[in-house]
Design a protein around this ligand. Sequence first.
Ligand SMILES: Cc1cc2nc3c(=O)[nH]c(=O)nc-3n(C[C@H](O)[C@H](O)[C@H](O)COP(=O)(O)OP(=O)(O)OC[C@H]3O[C@@H](n4cnc5c(N)ncnc54)[C@H](O)[C@@H]3O)c2cc1C
Length: 521
Amino acid sequence: GNSAEGSTHKCRKTSVAVLGAGVAGITAAQVLANHSISDFLIVDRNDYVGGRMRSASFGSKPDDGTPYTVELGANWVQGLGGEEGKSGSENPIWTLAKKHGLANAYSNYSSILTYDGGGAADFLDLLDDLDEAYAAAEQDAGRLLAENLQDTSMRAGFSTAGWKPGRADMRAQAIEWWYWDFEAAWPPEQSGFVFGITGYNLTYYQWSEANNFVYDQRGFRALAEGEAAEFLEGPYEDPRLLLETVVTGVSYGAEGVVVSLGESGDCIEAQFAICTFSVGVLQNEAVAFDPPLPRWKREAVDQFQMGTYTKIFMQFEEAFWDPDTQFFLYADSRSRGYYPVFQSLSAPGFLDDSNILFVTVVGTQAYRVEQQPDEVTQAEVMEVLRAMFPDKEIPEPTDFMYPRWSTDEMAYGSYSNWPVGMTLEKHQNLRANIDRLYFAGEATSAQYFGFLQGAFYEGRDVGLRIAGLLGGSKWETGECNAKTTIGCGSMDYYSTLHGTTRLDEYNVSNGWPTSSFVDNV
Ligand SMILES: Cc1cc2nc3c(=O)[nH]c(=O)nc-3n(C[C@H](O)[C@H](O)[C@H](O)COP(=O)(O)OP(=O)(O)OC[C@H]3O[C@@H](n4cnc5c(N)ncnc54)[C@H](O)[C@@H]3O)c2cc1C
């Protein structure tokens, strides 16, 4: 590794460098603190704790004109659990949301009205068809997993289960978007089947199918700040929390890790480091690793998908939509996913009478929208709203705002999605440490990727591993073993991952008469 010795730059020494102050980083540091390891530093480029739990001020309140707080990033606690009479298993994010008293309300996905270019149009019966196919697809995915059969795409899984929306059937396309893309931020073609289904089921069937929407005016990140305050002073007064500090390089090895900070040349010399940067940050090579990440790690990073999920906020003088309905689904006649779902924050039990509406776009529509100026997007959205509500005079919004997640250096996207062709072993390569450099975050969670609970569990796991390594060998036999949900020490990885076809199987009987490597030029 790089030694800072003799240089004029400041190099702080610590036991553990926690890179990122999102849910994974805060949870990892908390685990260290709980195991009496107080010598750590937490670094983040943001000026707050919470990472992709990110809020912003928007619009104004009717009574005093002060702005509302809305969530640009994570918004729901997804899958609650812990209901009375049930086994008692609960989403840890739900436990923490209750602990910190976050204002939230049940998001009723059945409170929905449907529209197309001609105005209101009831096509919710299609949802029942998709429900039925999805139930069959779940059975099928379970069989593929249990019998080690070849995985496929969610698209193929849907088709086999009997759900085959026509390309021009824009109502069915809108229903499918609402069912799949709204959650995955990628279309079924690009989502893995088995892991797409397990990802959904482990959250919603293990706990409960409820999604609770957080509208707390401190911001959802009050959860992360509240947890951080239990082991950091304030938490913002604690000298171990280095905010507005950009990590530019990570030099790692068997002896330790040196983290380069910003352009100052300052650094951190640590025994261990935990990198919680999003898979988007890793894909964009925003951090220089020394030595470069090995091929088994880079292939996993490059294959896992970073999605983009963009909420476009509008405040109006008055609500022209049904005040009691939460969701408004729009089927555009030309483009799938074109301003497909509007959500009312004005609905009872949310930000009552705020007259705030937001529309969500994902995937290619999100990339398009994020690259254009606000005015262009506003004009497009207004055209859609006027088509949905032809009988209403709809004035321009009084406030309009949306983030640019796909290009934001803190994450380069919103959250991850399991792509077609990724195996559990290859995903494990995304998780695995290299020497003393560890990784954690929503994307490293095989079971809860994309969710806050994924970041929580992975942060906890890596925190415990490092606490164990720093605490000595007795940890490895005590608190964790292969049967628990918590691992110990260094992680497994697969240096070579094979396909299913041997070279000698590229032969005539498989329709491959010509050598793959022929070159007569
Ligand atoms: C729009 C959107 C909607 C979402 N909706 C939901 C939802 O409703 N429910 C749900 O459960 N989940 C949702 N998620 C996902 C959830 O927000 C994430 O799973 C979770 O917050 C990820 O936590 P993390 O700790 O893994 O990563 P992060 O929160 O990204 O933490 C990593 C930190 O690293 C920092 N960092 C990155 N690069 C550098 C660098 N070079 N130097 C220094 N610091 C750096 C970042 O600033 C960041 O704070 C949503 C996410 C987005 C963006």
